[in-house]
Each structure stands twice: as structure tokens, then as C-alpha cells.
Design a protein around this ligand. Structure first.
Ligand code: NAP
Ligand code: G4F
Length: 324
């Protein structure tokens, strides 16, 4: 019998790659989608499989979660759904807390109420480390610097608590930034690579950014969803950092992306205060030794290669759009 997986956030960057991975492994995949006035499934539209099933629901709506978990009876649950933009979390703190924080509690309670013997993955984040200096690992103190980081920290601890209190196989993947051509357009890497593509193709002549000094550890999303899956296949539930171990400033990423297209970034990038956050996370660089030793997981793609592959993908996609 095929294993059944239930994924929240299936229409997002990670959800789409995880769906491809699980279908290739023979899973039946059930995904939670939000109702919207227009269909928003661009990242999974290309998947044509009788084993993919989509269900309406929302992490802020506990009844929908209870009903779906009861109906699907999944063997594995991946909670990837979130209001995942740090800057937006300062503008929508309560909604972010409900989706990213209490949303995890609602899902865990739905699993508990159904009495299921299933495995649960929580999408935790390096943003929980916030002001704690790098390198950050599983034992580093948490010090979130945004409503997003604080909401995710609640979800992280409630996952640990359900593991200890109810013996649930619940794990938290503490993932550092991971990107791809499917990354949302308002995150730094994709904003930059889309901007480079538009400049190369003559569709615009400048790019406005905020803080260029922040340091991030950027990896490649398809490799990180493989790490999520490995966490749920291990004998014991535990928490793991996934990261490349290499830090880059925003400025370095911008320089690499423009250079790959043969451009000098300083001629195109201007500073815009509106992209600053009330509190910034200055530096995130992860130590993923535990995932390497216990799960055999290692990031293969670093930020320079990532900048190249994302610029190439955006130039190709935008030229197709401009020709259409
Ligand atoms: P993403 O592209 O922003 O996708 C977020 C997903 O969550 C989308 O499918 C979105 O649906 C869904 N969602 C938003 N609000 C929801 C709600 N109220 N109820 C149900 N679903 C909702 O995020 P991602 O980059 O794939 O990240 C996946 C998860 O990992 C997130 O929890 C994120 O916080 C976490 N994380 C990401 C990174 C990273 O660098 N990418 C690092 C650490 C942790 P719509 O398509 O309808 O908007
Ligand atoms: O791409 P970002 O918005 O990602 P951020 O804030 O690091 O959060 C991402 O990674 C987290 C894991 O650490 C995830 F949990 C979270 O869901 C999300 O995926 O910003 C990266 C850096 C920040 O320091 C920001 O201040 O880039 C800086 N930045 C400078 N100019 C900008 C911009 N960020 C954005 N989004 N847009 C700008 O114009």
C-alpha cells in the first residue's frame, strides 16, 4: 500500500518540490490549498499525477484541519504552510501568529484527536536564532527578531512538547534560507535575479533594495526538501539544522547575480529605506553537522552557483514572456 502524505503549503516553493519528491517515491500526496478568487497553483500545475489530491482548508481554520486529517489518515504530515515573509510579519503580526504559530498547534491537535500513528514535520527556521551570533546549530539559543520568528518559535516548541507529552513522532527542521527559480518574487534572491533578467532584456533600468550588509546562508530548495523527508524516515524523532555553512552578504549575492549577466551591480542598484525591517537579523550561518552525521544530508549548491542558476532561469522565463 502506498504511503499517504499530507502537505500544508503545497502551493509554495518547498511544497512543490516536496510533492515532486514524494510522488517519485511512490507516495499518495494530499495537499491543503487556500480558497482564493483566482487559482494560485502555478508551482504545481505541471504535476500530472492520479496520486496528487488537493483539498480546501486553512491553517487558521481548525475544523478544516480536523476533518482533513480524519479523512486522509496520513502516514506523514509536512507542515510547510506559513505567512513566510519576515517584513510582512511586522505589518500583519496577528495573522502571522495565527497561521505560523497557532496553525501548527491546530494541526498537531487534529492529529492527536484522530489518534493517528503518523509522523509530523514542522518547518522551523533559522529566523528563530535571530540575534544569536553565527555559526548557529541545534543547541544555539533562540532570540527571534520579528513577529514571524516569534510565531515560528512557538510552533517549534509546541512540536517539541507534543513529541515529549504524547510520544508523537514530531520533528522540527531548522532550515536556513533556501531558494530556487520557484522562490517568491518578493524575497531578496528572486527579486534580484528577476531584476537582473529584466535589466538584461531591456525591460527596466534599476533595482531598489534595502539593507545590503545582512549575511545569509543561502542553499538550494530541492536539496532541502530531501532533508525534510530524511528527518521523517529516521528511527527517532529529533530536530536538525539544514544549511550550507557558508555566509554571504546581500551585497555579495547581488554582485554575483549581476556579474553572471556581465553587469556591474553598482550601476543599477539603489537604496530604498522601505525595504528595511524595524529589527534586522544581521547574520545567519548554519552548522549542519548533525544532519550530515545522522541523516547523511549535505548541501551541494552554494550561493554563487544559486545566483547563476536563478539568473539563467529568470532570463529564460522572462524572454519567453516578453516574446509572447
Ligand atoms: P512559501 O513559498 O511562502 O509558501 C508558503 C505556503 O504556505 C504557500 O503554499 C501558501 O499558500 C501557504 N499558506 C500561507 N498562509 C496559509 C494559511 N493561512 N493556511 C494554509 N496555507 C497557507 O514558503 P516556502 O519558502 O515554500 O517555505 C515553506 C515553509 O518553510 C514555510 O513555513 C516557511 O516559513 C519555512 N521556511 C522557509 C525557508 C526558506 O528559506 N524558504 C527557511 C526556513 C523555513 P498560497 O500559495 O495560497 O499563498
Ligand atoms: O529574502 P529575505 O526576505 O529573507 P529572510 O528575511 O532572510 O527570510 C527568509 O529566510 C528565513 C530563513 O532564515 C525564512 F524563515 C523566511 O520564511 C524567509 O524565507 O531577506 C534576506 C535579507 C534580509 O536581511 C533583508 O533585510 O535581504 C535583506 N534585503 C535587502 N533588500 C531585502 C531587500 N529583502 C527583501 N525581501 N527585499 C529587499 O528589497
Amino acid at each position: 500500500m502506498a504511503k499517504r502524505a499530507f502537505i500544508t503549503g503545497i502551493t509554495g516553493q518547498d511544497g512543490s518540490y516536496l510533492t515532486e519528491l514524494l510522488l517519485a517515491k511512490g507516495y499518495e500526496v494530499h495537499g491543503l490549498v487556500r480558497r482564493a478568487s483566482t487559482i494560485n497553483r502555478g508551482r504545481i500545475d505541471h504535476i500530472d499525477s492520479p496520486d496528487l489530491h488537493l483539498h480546501y482548508g486553512d491553517l487558521t481554520d481548525g475544523v478544516s484541519l480536523v476533518n482533513l486529517i480524519h479523512q486522509v489518515e496520513p502516514h506523514e504530515v509536512y507542515n510547510l504552510g506559513a505567512q513566510s515573509h519576515v517584513k510582512v510579519s511586522f505589518e500583519m503580526p496577528e495573522y502571522t501568529a495565527s497561521t505560523d504559530g497557532t496553525g501548527a498547534l491546530r494541526l498537531l491537535e487534529a492529529i492527536r484527536a484522530a489518534g493517528l500513528d503518523c509522523r509530523y514535520y514542522q518547518a522551523s527556521t533559522s529566523e528563530m536564532f535571530g540575534a544569536s551570533p553565527p555559526p548557529q546549530h541545534e543547541r544555539t539559543a533562540f532570540y527571534p527578531r520579528s513577529p514571524y520568528g516569534a510565531a515560528k518559535l512557538y510552533a517549534h516548541w509546541v512540536t517539541v512538547n507534543y513529541r515529549e507529552a504524547y510520544d508523537l513522532f514530531a520533528v522540527s527542521g531548522i532550515l536556513f534560507n533556501h531558494e530556487s527559480p520557484r522562490r517568491g518574487e518578493s524575497f531578496l534572491t528572486r527579486k534580484v535575479t528577476l531584476g537582473v533578467a529584466a535589466i538584461v532584456l531591456g525591460a527596466r533600468d534599476s533595482l531598489h533594495l534595502g539593507n545590503l550588509d545582512a549575511v545569509r546562508d543561502w542553499g538550494y530548495a530541492p536539496e532541502y526538501v530531501e532533508g525534510m523527508w530524511r528527518m521523517l524516515q529516521h528511527d527517532e524523532p529529533d530536530d536538525y539544522v539544514l544549511a550550507t555553512g557558508e555566509g554571504r552578504t546581500v551585497r555579495q549575492f547581488v554582485r554575483a547575480a549581476f556579474a553572471h549577466a556581465g553587469l556591474d551591480w553598482e550601476q543599477y542598484v539603489t537604496y530604498d529605506e522601505q525595504y528595511e525591517r524595524p529589527t534586522e537579523v544581521d547574520a545567519l550561518i548554519g552548522d549542519a553537522s548533525k544532519a550530515r552525521e545522522v541523516l547523511g544530508w549535505k548541501a551541494e549548491t552554494n550561493a554563487d552557483r544559486l545566483a547563476e542558476l536563478m539568473v539563467d532561469a529568470d532570463i529564460e522565463q522572462l524572454s519567453r514572456l516578453l516574446k509572447a
